[in-house]
Design a binder for this molecule. Structure first.
Ligand code: C5P
Length: 237
């Protein structure tokens, strides 16, 4: 693919057009932000790891769980070709264990195992700090149709069920994570964006040591080490 104009620069990635109108190139950066950009930093090598981990998980999800994704092929250490989609402006959060904002909101101890997975939606909008949003709001505001929302819900729960078991085999507890979905030009809903230590809470299955971006958010040290450990456990590098 011939890399074309830059279409978008986010906090952790850039997106480029290509000579194929149905294909974009995603380019992963080492830049890290937290608390909606209030905290800024660099995690050396993060872009390379997130690119590999995301592509690995998307491939597993597609091949072993039948989840449709935007993934086409990895082009380099930091670059991946993906199917062109329009992102549904929702952060789809799935939780197995209370942590982060949910533990805080309901005053429960971080690490409390939930009796069933919790699906949560935020409206993806930096200016508004990604406010929580419910199904009625989403449909009434036209961010997704009722049918699209049902598809998103079903896919998100299937992604969780597959990933939870898969990661546990690698000694990793999937605490919670965030997904984004996109709509292809022919109207199909597919999994998009990334699945990485930036967007998931991963705890060591034995010690509950945090192996994700919370090490950066909470200044826990050894941030790079945690990202490498996830890569090593999943892909063995
Ligand atoms: O902060 P909170 O506890 O709501 O985050 C839940 C999960 O969603 C975490 O795994 C976090 O990494 C992810 N998340 C994200 N991007 C956001 C908000 C949350 O990847 N903007």
């Amino acid at each position: 693919y011939q890399k074309g104009a830059q279409l978008y620069e986010g906090k952790a990635k850039k997106v480029f057009a290509t000579d194929d109108p149905e294909v974009y190139i995603v380019d992963y950066k080492d830049d890290a932000t937290a608390f909606n950009g209030l905290k800024k930093g660099t995690i050396v090598g993060k872009g390379v790891i997130n690119n590999r981990v995301t592509n690995f998980m998307m491939k597993q999800l597609s091949e072993k769980a039948g989840i449709p994704t935007h993934f086409i092929e990895q082009l380099s250490d930091r670059e991946t070709a993906v199917r062109k989609v329009t992102i549904v402006p929702l952060e789809v959060i799935i939780r197995n264990v209370a942590a982060g904002s949910m533990a805080k909101r309901y005053g429960v101890e971080e690490g409390t195992v939930l009796k069933r997975p919790v699906l949560e939606f935020s409206y993806k909008c930096d200016a508004l700090d990604d406010p929580l949003i419910n199904d009625d709001h989403i449909i009434a505001l036209g961010f997704a149709t009722e049918e699209e929302l049902a598809t998103i819900r079903d896919l998100a729960l299937r992604v969780n069920a597959f990933m939870k078991d898969y990661l546990l085999e690698a000694g990793i507890k999937l605490i919670d994570f965030k997904l984004e979905f996109g709509k292809t030009t022919d109207g199909r809903i597919v999994l998009a964006d990334e699945i990485s230590p930036d967007t998931c809470r991963f705890w060591d299955a034995k010690t509950n040591e945090k192996l994700d971006k919370d090490r950066f958010r909470r200044d826990l040290g050894n941030v790079e080490g945690a990202y490498h450990e996830i890569l090593r456990r999943l892909i063995g590098e």
